[in-house]
Every structure is written in C-alpha cells, then in structure tokens.
Design a protein around this ligand. Structure first.
Ligand code: ADP
Length: 489
C-alpha cells in the first residue's frame, strides 16, 4: 500500500491540510478560513473551537478528495501560527477564553512595566526574545488576571495552557497529550533556550503556575497517536514546529548561515546559526530552529511588518491595481522608479529603526511621476526593508551568506526577486514548490517515522525553480532610501 505524510498548517487566517508523497509531491490541499475577532483597539482573537473544527474539516476533506484513507497515512506533523495563546479546562475540554493572537497588543503596558523594572535583559538573555506583547507569556498572565475564577481550576490541576500546536494535539489525542515542541516553546518568554527547559525564574516573574505548562518535546519525534475515533485509524504524530521554523526546514536551510525569507503579508527572514546561540545587538530575535536526532539548531530571526501588505494597500486603498499579481506588469511599464522612494512605514518601522510612530511616505514626486513608478518603488521598498534585516543578521551572526531562499505569495513576482538580488548583491533562489511550511513539517514528520531515512533523502526533493543573479544597477535606490528615511524618523 502506498503511504503518505499528512501535514497541517494551522495558520493565522486559515486551517490547511496537505498530503505529501515520498517524492515531496503534493497529492492534495484543503483549506478553511476562520473568523478573526477584533473586540478592542489592538486586540485580535480567534475561537479555539472554530480553529479545531476548521482544521478537522480540512483534514477530512483532503483525505476524501485525494481518495487516501487514514490507514494510508504513514505519519502526521503539525506546524502553526506561533505565540497565539489558548487556555482551556482539561476536564470539560472548553477554552476558558478566546485564543489571544500573536498580533494582539493588549499587554503593551504590562511589557512596559516589566521593562521599567529592568527585566528585559533577563528575558532577552534567557529566551532570546524581547519584552513585547507579541509573545505568549504576558498573554497568559492577562487571561489569568482577568478571569479570577480560574484560581480554583488551577488548584485542582485542571487548567492547561498551549500554543495552537498544543491545543490541536490535545484535541487530536482526545486529551491524552499536553505537549509542545521547542520551537513553539521558544516563543513564549518562559522557555530558556540554553537549558532547553521551562525557566523557573521567568515563570515566577510572570506569576504563571507551572502546572498549566505543556511537556516539551523535540520537533521531530513520536509524540502519540491521533485517536482512532477521529479519523478511523491510529495515526502517529511525529512532528511539531512553528511556521517560520518549518519553512526554514522545508527550504532545506540546514547549515549554519543558510537563510530564507518568506514574502507574505509581512516578510519573515530566518537564518540558521547552527549550534551557535547568537545574541543580537540589533533587536533581532534568537530562537530555536529545530531539534533533530537530539541536536538543537538555533536561528536568528527578523521581520518586516509591511511586505505584501504594501501591494494590498496599492490595490485596496489607491486602487491602482485590482489584483496583487498585476503589480509586476505595472512596475515593468517603466524602466526605473523615476527617482522616487516609497518609505513603506505603514505600521511604523521595525528593525533596525524600531520606530513604532514612523509613518509612510512617497518622496521625490515630479510632473513625470506615474503609477508605474509608484508600483516599482513599492517593490523596491519591500526589497530594501528585507536587505536592512539581512544586513543586521549578517552583522549579528558574523556570517556572510551567498544566497537567499525565498517563498510566500509575493515571491512569485520575478521583478521583485530580481530587485532583491540586485540590492543584496546575492543570488535569490526560488524553489519549485513554494509551500515550504507544509513541506518542512512533512519532512520533520517523515524523518521521525522512518518514511525518509535521513536528510540526504530530502536533498533530492527540494529543487530550485529559478535563480536570480545580481545585476549591479540599483545603488541609487539604496542611497536615496538612506537619505530620505532620515527625513521621516
Ligand atoms: P500570508 O501567508 O501572510 O497570508 P501569502 O504568502 O499568501 O501571505 O502572500 C500574500 C501576500 O503576497 C499579499 O500581501 C499579496 O499582496 C502579496 N502578493 C501576492 N502576489 C503578489 C505578486 N505577484 N507581487 C507582489 N505581491 C504579491
């Protein structure tokens, strides 16, 4: 009987299920969106039960449409939106509050308070993270403080915390497994990336009861079985990893200095730093890349808040295109950006500026400027922001790398990829299969279950589709950017 790997990607806006065969080919994909709740300014929530139901629907759907039965699944892996926090009652199986999503800023004041007590260095040294509402720790504290009735449930040892991987595995195993992997744990502010354990001091600083935390497992090992009553067959769960880490693995960035950038709504750049824990001087994050065969690889990560969303803005707010994919033709309708610079600070500016109050602008407009120039300058802005992150990483890690692997929706844009290559002066490599997140978690699952024998087997699966080599013609763009960004900061 042919066997396959079932991967799920529990994302921020949708639940996806993908079936992959031994050659890394996608047999089928199923995807369901779920509701985003914005109950207050800066608040973002999901309903954990809706996530569970949509995820289960996607799994059943992909099995049905590919005509692959549960018995034909060799093993299962889960990758997920990171940091999003769920707390539930283990006895009733009911969440005690909505999931607080990574984008949610409600714990900004709490983070400020901790910073004012000079605690950021302790958190940064131990976790590789910054005191920012982005991470799970302060979200857990917020739920506990705002639901005082939970004290009794904690005393009875019935309360559980988890990120989305933990929640879904708990549901898939009918409550038998309360686990997370190191990559997800490393985004909570509670996990020590040196000892690879929950950290007592940090847990106490945030007043979090230890008995609600999940057991930590590696990213690629047997964890338990999907309960037989869910899909009709016991399927081994053998991989868990956060989405950016899974994509790093799916891009086969397995050696020190390998880098990938995902061009989605934002851009997420991750560099594998091998067994080295790099401490950033530029407020990049240090994180766990994955743990495989008992060996832990670390990574350094930086993100650009406004990536593909800049193109959405041109589509939805300016209306100069009707589909994101039209941006390439429009930008190609001119030879260059005509001397304009598009400062893409639509939601402030992240690394290396860290200026949340900066705003966007289009500078250098003349009577000759047309929408083609604006489109081209927008693509340049995405590439320049990525370049800035990459430069910080190279300095922090003291590693010069030779090429950048790319994935995500906007990497389909050849012009953007060419501009990127010119600006970073390195090769940009786009793989044949750009669904690297699902592929990465399938790889991690198949390695643990013996579907693939070793990473050597995987190297033949990952194939480049197009390589963009640098053409040295974009120095003006960068020098204008450097001059002009000072004007808005
Ligand atoms: P996410 O996972 O964050 O939802 P995706 O990886 O699906 O994002 O990518 C979607 C983003 O990519 C959108 O912001 C969209 O504007 C942008 N995008 C899609 N196609 C193109 C293109 N051809 N050129 C530039 N941007 C694009």
């Amino acid at each position: 009987m042919n066997k396959y790997i079932l991967s799920i990607d529990a994302g921020t806006s949708s639940s996806r299920a993908v079936i992959i065969d031994k050659k890394g080919q996608v047999m089928g994909v199923s995807q369901y969106e779920f509701t985003q709740y914005f109950p207050n300014d800066g608040w973002v929530e999901h309903n954990p039960l809706e996530i569970w139901n949509s995820q289960l629907k996607a799994i059943k759907d992909v099995l049905k449409k590919t005509n692959i039965s549960a018995e034909m699944i060799h093993s299962f892996g889960i990758t997920n939106q990171r940091e999003t926090t769920v707390i539930w009652n283990k006895e009733t199986g009911e969440p005690v509050y909505n999931a607080i999503v990574w984008q949610d800023r409600r714990t900004k004041d709490l983070c400020e308070k901790l910073k004012n007590k000079n605690l950021e260095t302790i958190f940064q040294n131990k976790t590789g993270l910054l005191l920012d509402p982005y991470f799970s720790g302060t979200k857990i504290k917020w739920i506990l403080e705002n639901n005082p009735e939970l004290i009794e449930i904690i005393k009875e040892d019935k309360l559980a915390f988890g990120t989305i991987d933990t929640w879904l595995i708990w549901k898939l195993t009918n409550g038998a497994k309360h686990v997370t992997d190191l990559t997800n744990a490393s985004r909570t502010l509670l996990f020590n990336i040196h000892t690879l354990k929950w950290d007592e001091e940090l847990i106490n600083l945030l007043d979090i009861p230890k008995n609600i935390l999940p057991e930590i497992v590696s990213s690629s090992e047997f964890v338990g079985y999907i309960s037989v009553n869910i899909l009709g067959s016991k399927i081994p769960i053998t991989a868990i990893a956060g989405d950016q880490q899974a994509s790093l693995f799916g891009q086969m960035c397995l050696d020190e200095g390998d880098v990938k950038n995902t061009y989605g709504t934002g851009c997420f750049c991750v560099m594998n730093t091998g067994q080295k824990i790099v401490k950033s001087k530029n407020k990049m994050l240090t994180t766990i890349a994955y743990q495989l065969n008992g060996k832990t690889n670390y990574a350094i990560e930086g993100s650009v808040f406004v990536g593909g969303s800049l193109i959405q803005w041109l589509r939805d707010q300016l209306g100069i295109i009707s589909h994101a994919s039209e941006i390439e033709d429009l930008a190609n309708s001119v030879e260059n950006s005509g001397g304009i610079t598009f400062i893409s600070a639509l939601s402030g500016l992240g690394a290396p500026y860290w200026s949340p109050d900066s705003f966007g602008s289009i500078i250098g407009i003349t009577r000759k400027t047309n929408k083609g120039h604006i489109a081209r300058a927008a693509l340049e802005a995405i590439a320049i922001r990525t370049y800035e992150i990459i430069s910080c990483m190279e300095k922090d890690a003291d590693i010069k790398f030779s090429s950048l692997k790319v994935d995500g929706g906007a990497c389909a844009n050849d012009l953007l990829m060419q501009i990127q290559s010119n600006i970073i002066n390195k090769k940009v490599i786009r793989p044949k299969f750009t669904e690297c997140t699902s592929l990465g978690i399938a790889f991690l699952s198949g390695l643990a279950s013996g579907y693939w024998k070793s990473v050597e087997d995987l190297k033949d699966i990952w194939k480049p589709e197009k390589i963009f080599s640098p053409k040295n013609e974009d120095q003006r763009i960068l020098s204008d950017w450097n001059k002009r960004i000072k004007k808005i900061n």
